[in-house]
Design a protein around this ligand. Structure first.
Ligand code: PHE
Length: 351
């Protein structure tokens, strides 16, 4: 083997042994650099006799070309290896399970309201919703609260420092009772027409669920809470009907007949007589305790007049039930604030 073959082999071996591009460049310098071995051989040519210069020169150039080819091959191999490593590092494992979106669910209050709506709908009640920013007139005056009467302060109302187009003060409704008036007035014309035509007068039978607001906050009171208003007005709708409807509702809602209902005399300006509705279960953790679930009463004639109806011919009952209270009783929740904290550990239990 010629000295040049040996040189090519040595260079190829050293290139192959260089683990990184930088070390490969160092190895290149040892052979092809200014002080490298190939350069040394070419310099030595000068000392040769003329007739040998040509062949030796050609041989050295040929060896140099092979070394350069080996260098390039190693460079390519290193670049490819680096690319491989990079790709591996960034690789996507398409067999990994995807990240799922967390499963959502209805809030316990929403579930409860939907349940209440479904039960009353099955008893022929319409479901209506109305504004949470109300006029003073709807929240109080139409409901037989005389202006400046102390009964207005039974509710710690949030007033809005603003009047509507007709100059009436606005408030965050402190109860859903304005919906009695709004709904009845929306249907009063239909009633009047039927009455004038001598036809049987249509009844009003509606529930109105929604948010209400009061300046009040502790374990059992929240400044925002939910009520479900109920109203049934007909020619001869009485407290007896209220008792039947409400008791039937409670039976359906709690899926039990093991409870008592009591009507406890109370006062509301818009009903006469008025009663709080209490229930007591015969079983379970709350057995035997009277729990207040609604205010109620026969609608006051002044209010019926504000519906746009004649109180001589249109009578009936109204009630206002605590929506959050019903959710808490159904799910056994004892702190109202949990309902509105938005803590997923609590809410996920209702998915
Ligand atoms: N609006 C009353 C309240 O907020 C409840 C009620 C409604 C009472 C309808 C009688 C009739 O407490």
């Amino acid at each position: 083997m010629s000295d040049l073959d040996t040189l090519v082999r040595t260079a190829t071996a050293e290139f192959a042994a260089a683990p990184t591009p930088a070390e490969l460049e160092n190895a290149k310098a040892r052979f092809l650099g200014k002080a490298g071995r190939v350069t040394g051989l070419l310099k030595a040519l000068g000392a040769l006799p003329v007739e040998q210069k040509k062949t030796r020169g050609a041989e050295i150039n040929e060896a140099k070309a092979r070394i350069e080819a080996a260098l390039q091959a190693r460079r390519d191999a290193l670049a490819e290896a680096e690319l491989d490593a990079q790709l591996k590092a960034q690789a996507l494992d398409v067999t990994l399970p995807g990240r799922r979106r967390g499963g959502g669910g209805l809030h316990p209050v929403s579930r409860t309201l939907a349940r209440i709506e479904a039960i009353f709908a099955s008893m022929g009640f319409d479901v209506a919703e109305g504004p949470e920013i109300e006029t003073d007139w709807m929240s109080f005056t139409a409901l037989n609260n005389p202006e400046n009467h102390p009964a207005r302060s039974m509710q710690d109302t949030f007033y809005v420092d603003m009047k509507d187009a007709e100059g009436r003060w606005l408030n965050l409704r402190p109860h859903t009772s304005p919906m009695q008036v709004r709904y009845a007035r929306a249907h009063a014309a239909k009633h009047a027409a039927a009455e004038a035509a001598g036809q049987p007068v249509p009844e009003i039978r509606v529930i109105a669920p929604g948010r209400v607001y009061r300046v009040d906050s502790d374990a059992t009171h929240s400044p925002m809470f939910h009520q479900v208003e109920g109203l049934w007005i007909g020619e001869n709708v009485s407290f007896k009907d209220l008792k039947v409807v409400f008791t039937g509702f409670v039976r359906e809602f709690f899926e039990t007949s093991d409870f008592d209902v009591r009507f406890r005399p109370s006062f509301f300006p818009f009903t006469e007589p008025s009663a709080e509705i209490d229930i007591a279960f015969g079983h379970g953790p709350l057995a035997g305790r009277w729990l207040e679930v609604a205010g109620s009463g026969q609608v006051h004639p002044n209010v019926v007049r504000n519906y746009g109806l004649d109180p001589e011919h249109h009578i009936g009952f109204a009630f206002g039930m605590g929506g959050d209270r019903m959710a808490m009783l159904r799910y056994g929740i004892d702190d109202l604030r949990m309902m509105f904290d938005g803590d997923l550990r609590f809410l996920a239990q209702f998915r």
